[in-house]
Unconditional design. Sequence first.
Length: 168
Amino acid sequence: MKTVLRTAVAGLALASFGISSAASAATATATAEADIIAALTVEVDDDNSRDVLDFGTIAESGAGGDVTLAPGGVTPNCGSGLVCAGPYNTPRFIITGVSGSSVDITLTSANITLTGAGDPMPVALTLSDATMTLDGTDSFEVGGTLSVNPGQAAGGYTGSLEVEVVYN
């Protein structure tokens, strides 16, 4: 009889594991939300003739050299063997976004090439700012170093540069 009773109690205990009860279940709820902010815009300041990276007029003696125009610069550092004359200009870009927000500023390519009458000339670009906190009057500038090849052919040379601004 004891064996039958023990077997019945063991069977009842095993069967109760498969039964669920309200006492063993719990739930919780969380809130889902999103904040949408105004899209960023960035435009070149063509209202003030600040829409070009202009290294000016360069006379090359046959040896080549570098011309560096810092962001916001008005006078370049003209390498030996070169004679530089203005006007010079660095492009200014205007950012519109949510005041108080932080943004990252990058060049889509830190190096561009000017092409024209002769061999292409490389330009290593630099930014005045890589990050900033927007306050409503936000702008940054791009400068660069132009490498003039030895014996560079006379004529006009052009290229383009592109910037990207993102919230961080």
